[in-house]
Write a protein that binds this ligand. Sequence first.
Ligand SMILES: [Fe+2]
Ligand SMILES: [Fe+2]
Length: 383
Amino acid sequence: MEQGSNEVRRATTTRRTFLGRGLAIGASAGVLGTGLSIGSVAAAGANALPTQASSQARAGNRITKGDAAILRFLAALEILESDLWQQYNELGGVQDSEVPGGSGSQPYIEKLQVLDGDMPQYIHDNTEDEISHFTFLNAYLVSKGADPVSLEEFRTLSGSQATGAQKDMKRLTNLMQLTVDTSWWTRYRSRTGNPDLGDSFPQAIPSLFNGKFPAIPRTDDDLTPDDHIQAIANTAGFHFAFIEQGGTSLYPSLAQRVTDPEVLRVVLSIGPTETAHFQTWQDKAGNAPALTDTTNGLVFPDLNSPPFGGEDFQTNLIMPEPTFFLSRSLPPVSIIRPTETKGAAMGALKALTDDGLFIGQSPQFFAVLKALAFAADAAERRP
Ligand SMILES: [Fe+2]
Ligand SMILES: [Fe+2]
């Protein structure tokens, strides 16, 4: 990968604060104390330099360059996940000492609760989990003498101006122009297809994949008419599952190239929590009411009726159907899909970019994220 290495290097010099106001919970003094920048992390990744050891490193307690690169990429994505979940929590979740910030949007919450009465609690808990993921991964990296990740210099995007959001807080991600890929719905219901065997899958909500739609109210003008704010809540419901199915695949995909047994334990212990999230959100998305948003033409069809319906669309099928894995000559098995390791990090970054999450971000942001993904994908398991 040749892109952006100069830009990455230019970004290396400034000491950056580690956490934004909304993500201060769970910060570890060890992480805050290092003052290492994303730029040096990315430059090291892009140029395959040896891992820089911090002053806290203990001899014999290092991890391989590849393991550090995998953990750094995961930490970066967890920071981005935390940022997007934080925005959902401010408007649709529970704001408390565990996940502070914002004061909720009652009209938005009421529409989310059409999917499940417990949505605010689940949004809160998913947000807290993501904050804990990046905080732990960064602290673990530091404990192994490796650089943690910070994306604070890219906290530049304006967020929702609706009542309940922290209107002045700058964001890393954009939840207001999403193009949500809903093929995970049919991918996990298919009994014959597997993306790792080259198969592709139809969209559950074709309309969501064909335009740019908000998943949070952008202003209070989005709170009416009724079908519009319900469509925004429905979009969020499908987006929650899109995000978490990504983590569900990414962790096992990258785990295959981890060297150190303890790093493998870290990856194998965090990854399934993403699956717990995905499973929950898949169930809730199935409760999104069929409707047409007359303000923008977004259609949520009845997934239980033709031309939908059947096992590939039926809304109460929320567990992974057995399908082919590794070879079509082996019996079908209920599995996470995809789990191909080659190019997994770059694939995850592309999926999030295509989602519209980074609309408005700078070329430097993409350069740094690509460098981190490239380094993770270059990691090899050592005997
Ligand atoms: Fe996570
Ligand atoms: Fe997640």
